[in-house]
Ligand binder design. Structure first.
Ligand code: NAP
Length: 287
């Protein structure tokens, strides 16, 4: 692909620190090639203290768009010209698009989750009752997207209750159609789980084999979906338990692919071939 690069090729990338293990370049470059687009996607390792310079560099170099990852998703907001509703509601940016010199911030993480739920389970949040475990950046993007998709009720359970309360307060005014509430892990969550159509783990628990204490899947009804944003390892203790109970379940690989597809569409106006990004990711992360 590099031999076809020219002065008119578009440049995309990802900024974060570290970015050594990012899966985005292979996923995005495969999609650019599959769509026959003249462009390239490059990882940029940017330390926090150089974020301002990096964003100025995007403008100066005419970079067409970048993904933004840890630790810059919130800090980058101050350096952009405008935020899309998705980024404003999430309070975080994972995609920047250079729109005729103006840098616009988007957040495709939450919509990626909604897209993945639709593709994997034909699940739509409209009128649904949802429990989100965690209240960090990923939870906030997920809650906003699930509200936009028409959920009836979302309950947030988080180790630090104050963060769950802050998330609910941030969402409440913005999406009045959805009832948002906070619950503690354990007994308080059980009646809420009985009513739930979807449970999403948005914490990092499971990455190192941790169980989510106080989340009793036995309370769920048989049709509920269990979604774990963690994708490495592919089967977390939460997903193993959901599988043993016969519940529909998935890891976060589909969300990772879908947020990439949505960023690709923002930059190029087209979606990659269906399933391509997920197949690429599955190929890389296969043991
Ligand atoms: P974050 O902002 O740092 O939030 C971390 C969350 O995990 C907080 O709710 C935190 O609770 C909770 N947590 C961490 N350690 C815990 C523990 N020992 N016990 C209980 N709760 C704990 O991180 P994030 O950006 O939201 O990301 C969270 C996870 O989602 C990560 O695993 C990330 O890889 C994954 N993710 C996946 C995708 C995807 O495309 N699949 C996209 C985005 C994120 P406290 O508030 O109490 O600290």
């Amino acid at each position: 692909m590099f031999s076809s690069l020219s002065g008119s090729s578009r440049v995309f990338g990802i900024i974060g620190h570290p970015v050594r293990h990012t899966l985005s370049p292979v996923m995005q470059n495969t999609a650019l090639q599959a769509c026959g687009l003249d462009g390239v996607f490059v990882p940029f390792d940017v330390q926090s203290e150089r974020l301002f310079e990096a964003v100025a560099g995007l403008r100066a170099l005419g970079i067409s768009g970048v993904n933004v990852t840890i630790p810059h998703k919130t800090a980058v907001i101050a350096h952009l010209d405008r935020l899309d509703e998705s980024a404003e509601a999430a309070g975080a940016v994972n995609t920047i698009c250079n729109e005729e010199g103006r840098l616009v911030g988007y957040n495709t993480d939450g919509d990626g989750l909604v897209r993945s739920l639709s593709e994997e389970f034909a699940f739509t949040p409209e009128n649904s009752t949802v429990v989100i475990i965690g209240a960090g950046g990923a939870a906030r993007g997920a809650a906003a997207a699930i509200c936009r998709a028409g959920a009836r009720r979302i309950t947030i359970a988080n180790r630090s209750r104050d963060k769950a309360t802050a998330l609910v307060e941030a969402m409440g005014g913005r999406y009045p159609e959805t009832v948002l509430a906070v619950a503690d892990y354990g007994e308080q969550l059980i009646p809420i789980l009985r009513e739930a159509d979807l449970v999403v783990n948005s914490t990092s628990l499971g990455m190192n084999g941790e169980v989510i204490a106080g989340l009793d899947l036995k309370a769920l009804n048989r049709n509920a979906v269990v979604y774990d944003m963690v994708y490495a390892p592919p089967v977390t203790p939460l997903l193993r338990e959901a599988g043993q109970m016969g519940l529909r379940h998935a890891n976060g690989l589909g969300m990772l692919a879908a947020q990439g597809e949505l960023a690709f569409r923002i930059w190029t106006g087209s979606l990659p071939p269906p399933g391509l990004m997920k197949r690429v990711l599955a190929g890389i992360s296969a043991p």
